[in-house]
Write a protein that binds this ligand. Structure first.
Ligand code: A5A
Ligand code: MG
Ligand code: ZN
Length: 467
C-alpha cells in the first residue's frame, strides 16, 4: 500500500483494516465493520465527554420531518432542497403530508424548542444529538467523507437570550472542537466562511478544516451563529426579566464521520493504520515468541502481562498459529499503538521488547519497569502524532501574493493570501486561482494588497482545493 497514491491507499485501507464495507448496494451508503465501529465508539466517546462536561444534554429527535416545517425557513430550504430525500408513501397510500428524511435537524428540533422555552430561566438551552442524517449528495460520494447517509452526525443546538450570548457560545464550541481534534492528533485551521458559503439560514459560519495527504482540504466541523433567523420563523420566544417577550438567538454546530476519515488519512502509512492510543480498539498487542523449548514459560508470562496491563489498557494476546512476522504485519495494519514481544531469551534477562507503531524502533524494557514504560510510550505517541501532523500541515501552507503563485500551489496545500473582502473579488480569486476561499483567518490581520483589485486590506484568507 503506497500512501503516495492517496486515493487508492484510502479505499484499500478501509477494506483491509476492516473499517467500512462499501459493497452495500446503494450509492453513497456504507456499512460500518466491527473494527471500524470500535474506532467510532472511542472517537465519539471523546466528543460526548467534551459536550457533556461543557453543559450540553443529549437528546434524540425524529428522523422524519413534515414538509411544512421543513419549508418554513426560506434560505434553509433554498440551501437543502436539491439534497433531500422524500418519503411520500406509507404502504399503498400516498401520504397526505409528505415527509423529508432529515438532512440536518433544525426543522425537526426548533418547533419543539418553541414549546420548551418559556422564560429566561430556560436559557441557555444546550443540547446535542448523535444520529444519522441523509443528503442526496451530487458531488462524487466517498466513504466517510461524502456519504448520502451520514451515519455519525453530531449536531449541537443551543438557544440564548441575545446575539452576544450566542456569539460567546460560538467561541466555546470552537474551543470544544479544537480540543476534540487535538485528542485525535488532527491539525486544523479555523476560518470564517465567506457569506456565499455559509450554512443555509445562518448569520455566519466558522469552519474547521484539515489538510489531507493529497493536498486538498476537508471540512471536518462547522459552527454556525443562527442569530434570530430560525427563532423568527419558528416563533421561539422567551420572557425576559421585565416580562417582555423576545426572540432567542441560536447556534448549531456539527461534526461527522469525516473526523475518522481525517484521522485515518493523516496518520496512516504504507503499512496501514496508525491510531492515536486513545481511540485504538486494541492499544497493546502481546506476541509470544515460541522456540523449540521454553514455550510454557513464555505463555505463562505473556498471560500474566495480559492480565496486569489489561486492567488499564485494551490488550490482545495473540495466540493464533501464525508466525511472529505475520502477526506483526497484521497488527501494524490495524494500527495497534504498542507491541510487546516476549521470548525465552527475554525471560532469561527478565525483559520484554516493546515497539511503537509510529516509530519502528525496538526497545528492551525490564519487567519491573514495563507498566511505567507503557504509559510513557502511549503518551509520547499521542504527542508525536500531533507534532508530526502539525509540522506536515505547516510546511504545506503557502503565502502567495499573486494569482499565478496561487494557481501553482493548488492541490499542494493551503494558500494564504490577502483579500479586500468584496464578494466579486473573492469569486474572481476563486475562479482564477482554481482554489476555494476557506475563509477569513480569525484573529490574524496583516497589511496586504488584494490580488484582484489592488486595494489595501488587513484581511487574510486561506484558500485550497477542497473535497
Ligand atoms: N446543523 C449544522 C450543524 C449542519 O448541518 N452543518 S453542516 O451542514 O456544515 O454539517 C456539519 C458537518 O457535517 C460538516 O462540517 C461536515 O464536516 C459534515 N458533513 C456534511 N456533509 C457530509 C456528508 N455528505 N458526508 C459526511 N460528512 C458530511
Ligand atoms: Mg465555493
Ligand atoms: Zn479586491
Amino acid at each position: 500500500m503506497q500512501k503516495k497514491n492517496f486515493g487508492e491507499w484510502y479505499s484499500n485501507i478501509l477494506k483491509v483494516a476492516g473499517i467500512v464495507d462499501v459493497r452495500y448496494p446503494v450509492k453513497g451508503i456504507y456499512v460500518w465493520c466491527p473494527f471500524g465501529f470500535k474506532i467510532r465508539r472511542y472517537t465519539y466517546g471523546i466528543l460526548r465527554e467534551l459536550l457533556d462536561k461543557s453543559g450540553h444534554e443529549e437528546t434524540l429527535f425524529p428522523l422524519l420531518i413534515p414538509e411544512e416545517e421543513f419549508m418554513k425557513e426560506a434560505e434553509h430550504i433554498a440551501g437543502f432542497q436539491d439534497e433531500v430525500y422524500w418519503v411520500t408513501r406509507g404502504g399503498l397510500d400516498e401520504l397526505e403530508i409528505p415527509l423529508v428524511l432529515r438532512p440536518t435537524s433544525e426543522t425537526a428540533i426548533y418547533p419543539i424548542f418553541k414549546l420548551w422555552i418559556r422564560s429566561h430561566a430556560d436559557l441557555p438551552l444546550l443540547t446535542y444529538q448523535i444520529a444519522n442524517t441523509f443528503r442526496y449528495e451530487t458531488k462524487s460520494t466517498r466513504p466517510l467523507i461524502r456519504a448520502r447517509e451520514i451515519t455519525s452526525f453530531e449536531e449541537a443546538h443551543t438557544a440564548h437570550e441575545s446575539y452576544e450570548d450566542a456569539e460567546m457560545q460560538v467561541k466555546k464550541a470552537v474551543e470544544i472542537y479544537k480540543s476534540f481534534f487535538k485528542r485525535l492528533c488532527i491539525p486544523i485551521t479555523i476560518s470564517k466562511r465567506p457569506d456565499w458559503d455559509k450554512f443555509p439560514g445562518a448569520d455566519h459560519t466558522i469552519a474547521v478544516d484539515t489538510l489531507m495527504p493529497d493536498g486538498r482540504t476537508l471540512q471536518i466541523g462547522t459552527v454556525h451563529h443562527l442569530a434570530d433567523n430560525f427563532a423568527r420563523t419558528f416563533e421561539i420566544r422567551y420572557e425576559d426579566e421585565r416580562g417582555e417577550r423576545r426572540y432567542v438567538h441560536q447556534t448549531c454546530y456539527g461534526i461527522s464521520e469525516r473526523c475518522i476519515a481525517a484521522m485515518i488519512s493523516i496518520h496512516g502509512d504504507d503499512r496501514g493504520l496508525i491510531l492515536p492510543p486513545e481511540v485504538a480498539p486494541i492499544q497493546l498487542v502481546i506476541i509470544p515468541i515460541i522456540k523449540k523449548e521454553g514455550g510454557e514459560e513464555v505463555l505463562k508470562r505473556c498471560r500474566k502481562i495480559e492480565e496486569r496491563l489489561g486492567e488499564r489498557y485494551r490488550v490482545k494476546l495473540d495466540l493464533s498459529e501464525e508466525r511472529p512476522g505475520a502477526k506483526y504485519y497484521h497488527w501494524e495494519l490495524k494500527g495497534v499503538p504498542v507491541r510487546i514481544e516476549l521470548g525465552p531469551r527475554d525471560i532469561k534477562k527478565d525483559e520484554v521488547v516493546i515497539s511503537r507503531r509510529d516509530e519502528q524502533k525496538k526497545i528492551s524494557v525490564k519487567m519491573e519497569e514495563l507498566d511505567n514504560r507503557i504509559e510513557e510510550e502511549m503518551n509520547k505517541m499521542g504527542k508525536n502524532l500531533l507534532l508530526k501532523a502539525e509540522a506536515g500541515m505547516r510546511e504545506r501552507i503557502f503565502e502567495c501574493a499573486k494569482i499565478e503563485e496561487m494557481s501553482n500551489h493548488v492541490r499542494k496545500g493551503i494558500i494564504k493570501a490577502s483579500w479586500c473582502g468584496d464578494e466579486s473579488c473573492g469569486r474572481e480569486m476563486e475562479e482564477r486561482s482554481g482554489a476555494d476561499i476557506l475563509g477569513d483567518i480569525l484573529g490574524e490581520e496583516e497589511d496586504g494588497i488584494c490580488p484582484i483589485c489592488g486595494k489595501e486590506t488587513k484581511i487574510k484568507v486561506y484558500l485550497a482545493k477542497t473535497y
